[in-house]
Design a protein around this ligand. Structure first.
Ligand SMILES: Cc1cc2nc3c(=O)[nH]c(=O)nc-3n(C[C@H](O)[C@H](O)[C@H](O)COP(=O)(O)O)c2cc1C
Length: 387
C-alpha cells in the first residue's frame, strides 16, 4: 500500500515534494545541503546561527562558509536563534542578502547553555517575546521571503506549556509565518523517548489549512511516509536520518511513486558521494579545516558499508589532509551492495523497521549522531552538544 505524497508550499515557494532536510547544527552546511538537494531534497535548512553572531560577522575568507549559499542549492533556509527580539531583524536581513530564501526562527534548541541564555527552546516559555521576535523578523525581511518557525511541542508536559505552545503556534501564523515545523519532543525531554507523533496529528487537525511540518524519528524513507500518513502533516523534515544518508530523499520519492524501496546505494555510489562531499568541504573550508567535520560525516557514511565497523575505524584515523582517499581506495575499490543504516529506536507509530531493514539492526552507539560536537560556532560546544 502506498500513498502519493503531495507538493509542499512554503509561502510563495512551491516545492515539488514534502520531505525536506532539517537544520542540523554542526552538519547542515553548504556541502551537506547541496548533496541532499542533488539526491532529491526539494528544500534544505542551514544549521542554526546566533543573531548577534550574524550581525557582527566579518566577511573574511575563513568566515565565508557561515553564510555561503551555492547557486545550485536554492531554495535553502537560514535559521536564527537569539535572546533579544531587536537583534533578529538585522540578522535576518543579512541572511537574506547572503542568499537565503527563507528565514526560520529557532524555538527548539534544548542545549542547557542556550536555554540559560534565554535562547532557542527557552522562548516556548514566553509567548509574548516569541511573538515579538517573529514580528520583528517578518517586518525586517522583504514580503516575498517566507518566515518560518521551528518549535518543540513545549517546554515540558505541563498544561501550561501546552497552552503556551498553541498561543505561540496560532500567534505566529497571525504574524504571517508561512509554515511551522514541530518536533514532537519537549525541550526537557531532549532526545529521551520518542517524538510524539500523536501530538503532531493533533497539531495538524488544529492547524487546518495552515502549513505544518513534522520532525522526530525520521530514520528511514518509510518513516517519512508513515509520519505523513499518521499525522496528516503537510511535510516532514529529515534530520539525523539524513546525515551520511542523502539517499533517503530519493528513497522516499520512490515509495511515494508506489515503487518498492530502492536498494541501498552500492559501494561505488557511496564512494562517489563521499568523495564529492569531501571535495565540496575542502573547497569551502580548506583541506585541513574540513577534516574534523568530514570525519563526523564519514563515520555516518560508513554505516552503509557492510564492513561498517572497520570502515568507520579507518575514517576515525584520518588525521592528514587527503588521507581519506586511502580509506576510499581500501574499502570502496570494488563495487558491491551497500546496506541500509541501522535504526536504533524506530518511532512506535512507524511500522517501517522490519520493512526497511529486513530485520532490526542491533543497537549502535552512533545512531544518535556525534551530537557532542554539534555546533561549529562554539556556542553549542558545551557538554552534551545539541542534546
Ligand atoms: C546534532 C543535531 C543538531 C541539530 N541542530 C539543529 C539546528 O541547528 N536547528 C534546529 O532547528 N534543529 C536542530 N536539531 C533538531 C533536528 O532538526 C530535529 O528536529 C531532531 O533531531 C528530531 O528529528 P530526528 O529524530 O529525525 O533526528 C538538531 C539535532 C541534532 C541531533
Amino acid at each position: 500500500m502506498y500513498s502519493q505524497l503531495r507538493e509542499l508550499r512554503i509561502g510563495p515557494l512551491q516545492l515539488d515534494f514534502p520531505v525536506v532536510q532539517a537544520a542540523l547544527s554542526g552538519y547542515s552546511d553548504m556541502p551537506m545541503r547541496l548533496i541532499a538537494r542533488r539526491h532529491g531534497a526539494p528544500y534544505t535548512l542551514c544549521e542554526v546561527m546566533l543573531d548577534k553572531f550574524i550581525v557582527e560577522l566579518k566577511m573574511r575568507r575563513r568566515n565565508r562558509h557561515f553564510l555561503h549559499v551555492a547557486d545550485e542549492e536554492h531554495p535553502t533556509g537560514g535559521q536564527l536563534m537569539g535572546a533579544e527580539p531587536e537583534q533578529f531583524g538585522p540578522a535576518a536581513v543579512r541572511m537574506v542578502e547572503s542568499g537565503f530564501d527563507v528565514i526560520d526562527v529557532n524555538f527548539g534548541c534544548p542545549v542547557r547553555k542556550v536555554l540559560g541564555r534565554c535562547r532557542g527552546g527557552f522562548h516556548l516559555s514566553q509567548p509574548n517575546v516569541a511573538l515579538e521576535i517573529i514580528r520583528r523578523v517578518r517586518d525586517a525581511v522583504p514580503p516575498h521571503v517566507p518566515v518560518t518557525v521551528k518549535m518543540r511541542r513545549g517546554i515540558d508536559d505541563s498544561v501550561e506549556s501546552r497552552e503556551k505552545f498553541f498561543e505561540i503556534f496560532d500567534g505566529a501564523y497571525a504574524e504571517g509565518v508561512a509554515a511551522i515545523t514541530v518536533h514532537g519532543r519537549t525541550v526537557t525531554q531532549r532526545y529521551d523517548g520518542p517524538s510524539r507523533w500523536e501530538f503532531l496529528r493533533e497539531v495538524k487537525a488544529h492547524a487546518g489549512s495552515r502549513v505544518v511540518l513534522g520532525s522526530g524519528d525520521l530514520f528511514s524513507a518509510q518513516a517519512c511516509v508513515d509520519m505523513i500518513r499518521f499525522t496528516g502533516l503537510d511535510g516532514v523534515a529529515v534530520a539525523r536520518g539524513a546525515i551520511g544518508n542523502p539517499w533517503i530523499f530519493a528513497q522516499v520519492r520512490a515509495l511515494s511513486a508506489g515503487e518498492p524501496l530502492p536498494a541501498p546505494p552500492s559501494l561505488f555510489e557511496q564512494r562517489d558521494v563521499i568523495a564529492e562531499h569531501y571535495r565540496l568541504a575542502e573547497e569551502l573550508y580548506g583541506p585541513e579545516r574540513c577534516l574534523p567535520d568530514m570525519r563526523k560525516f564519514a563515520i555516518k557514511y560508513a554505516q552503509l558499508h557492510p564492513r561498517h565497523t572497520e570502515v568507520r575505524g579507518d575514517f576515525c584515523q584520518v588525521k592528514q589532509p587527503g588521507a581519506w582517499r586511502r580509506v576510499l581506495e581500501k574499502w570502496y575499490a570494488v563495487d558491491g551492495p551497500g546496506i541500509h543504516p541501522p535504526i536504533e529506536e524506530p518511532n512506535p507509530r512507524s511500522s517501517e523497521a522490519e520493512f526497511v531493514g529486513g530485520e532490526l539492526a542491533p543497537p549502535s552507539s552512533d545512531v544518535v549522531p556525534a551530537a557532542a560536537d554539534a555546533g561549529r560556532l562554539g556556542f553549542l560546544l558545551v557538554s552534551g552538544g545539541w542534546r
